[in-house]
Design a protein around this ligand. Structure first.
Ligand code: IMP
Length: 178
């Protein structure tokens, strides 16, 4: 699979190191706060799994699945909840764990939706950010890496449900995008 993807942007080692750094910051920032980490399925699943295991304060895991209308490589900003949280987050410290912030439209919707539930606080932890395509800016406290304006796959990120299982993150060649 590596051959057809041509350009590895982030190696397994780079991802592991950065995830540990972010977990250390969360550990320091959330002492005594018992945060709820909300993983946005499916793209953030490996990031979440690796991150929580490096966090050294008690925390909860919860999951949300959303679908954004639009093509497989472009989000429209119209979001539908496919799976909601199991937990009540009123009064809780919430951390949204996202795979990538592209236009920012999905995150904007999620922030609004979660804030309406009266949590103590909502912060964002995104593995990747693609600033070149941003339409809405949301404050993001923890960011792993900035990536160029390319469609990226691997470590949870997919193109039409493929490539999620790669241990690294690579750019998909333009000619492979529909
Ligand atoms: P946004 O609403 O445009 O910020 O993007 C929302 C979602 O689109 C992300 O959470 C990803 O699941 C997906 N996405 C955006 N860019 C990429 C990419 O380069 N590769 C894979 N998925 C992406």
């Amino acid at each position: 699979m590596k051959n057809e993807l041509e350009e590895v942007l982030l190696t397994e080692e780079q991802i592991r190191t950065r995830v540990s750094e972010i977990a250390a910051r969360i550990t320091a920032d959330y002492e005594g706060k018992d945060p709820v980490l909300v993983c946005v399925l499916k793209g953030a699943v490996f990031f979440m799994a690796d991150l929580v295991r490096e966090i050294r304060v008690p925390c909860e895991m919860d999951f949300m699945a959303v679908s954004s209308y639009g093509s497989s490589s472009d989000s429209s900003g119209v979001v539908r909840i496919l799976k909601d949280l199991d937990a009540q987050v009123e009064g809780r410290h919430v951390i949204i764990v996202e795979d990538i912030i592209d236009t920012g439209l999905t995150l904007s919707y999620l922030m609004k939706n979660l804030k309406a539930r009266n949590p103590a606080d909502v912060q964002v932890c995104a593995l990747l950010t693609k600033p070149a395509r941003r339409k809405v800016d949301n404050p993001c406290r923890y960011v792993g890496f900035e990536v160029p304006n390319k469609f990226v796959v691997g470590y949870g990120l997919d193109y039409e449900e493929r490539y999620r299982n790669l241990r690294f993150i690579a750019a998909l060649p333009e000619e492979m995008l529909e």
